[in-house]
Design a binder for this molecule. Sequence first.
Ligand code: TPP
Ligand code: MG
Length: 327
Amino acid sequence: MSNYPRPDAATLLEIYKKATLIKQNDERIIKQMMAGKLVMPYYSPRGQEIIPSALSVSLDDDDYICTIYRGLHDMLAKGFPLGEMWAELAGKVTGTCKGKGGPMHLTHPAKGMMVTTGVVGSSMPIATGLGWAAKLDGKNRVSVANFGDGAANIGSFHESLNMAALWKLPVIFVCQNNQYAEHTAFTESTLISQLSTRAAGYGMPGVTVNGNDPDEMYGAAKIAIDRARAGEGPTLIEALTFRFNGHLMGDAGHYMKAGDYAAAQKLDPMPILRKRLVAEGIASEDALAAIEKAIDAEIDVAMADAYAADYPDVIELKRDVFAEEIA
Ligand SMILES: Cc1ncc(C[n+]2csc(CCOP(=O)(O)OP(=O)(O)O)c2C)c(N)n1
Ligand SMILES: [Mg+2]
């Protein structure tokens, strides 16, 4: 990895800003849920924020991404408008899916965010199809498939990687290996230690990186994205990470090995990156505090607007579900 491209100072700060938005937004969501103000299923991405932040600095607005229920971080890093996101979480008409999708179905096609899915493994074939569309329209777009370690054992992983490799599609498969699939530890479901070695079976490059390290994640993503844009085909990136809040809100993690959380939280990527920015003179303590305050203020506005908006009318129940009769 010593030959990886490295993020320059401005890019590193951009990665921190994206990751901080994800972290603070996650903390606010949890607070609102605990206060009973936001009622929804919530799969926190806290702990995994560096992965999409370091990847999306190399993406353009019209590149495609697909993600899963634990994908708020992927969407925010790509630039999902915060107001529309909060409105969707609160089930309001001003949400990106008119309040009918909620956290598990966030989309924003105008910004290339094509699907958030609750069906494990389904982000991969959709992203592969979008990769094919991108190849056909010749606009040099790439398509990113985010999925978990559990999803790497689903049949669609095989089908998608094989087709993407065969047709040299511009797809970046990002397996966010957070060590658990629901309540099952990675080591109890998978014999091999590095999922990236599976890439060889399809004829594409595969790499395992520390997804919590902005240098490694940025470098691996940049190489894969450049390769996809150059028409050389897909890459599998296994980004090692850890989920800090259990599978979903309310999961106390009794099935986890004692000490797992504590060990992972000691390696929380956020304070590590923050300290590094100051130590390397990339940003002062005051500048970072100002960034964090501004993000909080942005969340305040998004949240207040979402709560003030209306719920969809009952007539919306069947709209966008069935084809409408053309008069
Ligand atoms: C096809 C399918 N099978 C099973 C489930 C139930 N399920 C929901 S999340 C999950 C675990 C997936 O784990 P992983 O892919 O590692 O993603 P993570 O939640 O860790 O981000 C399972 C089995 C589902 N939603 N869809
Ligand atoms: Mg997992």
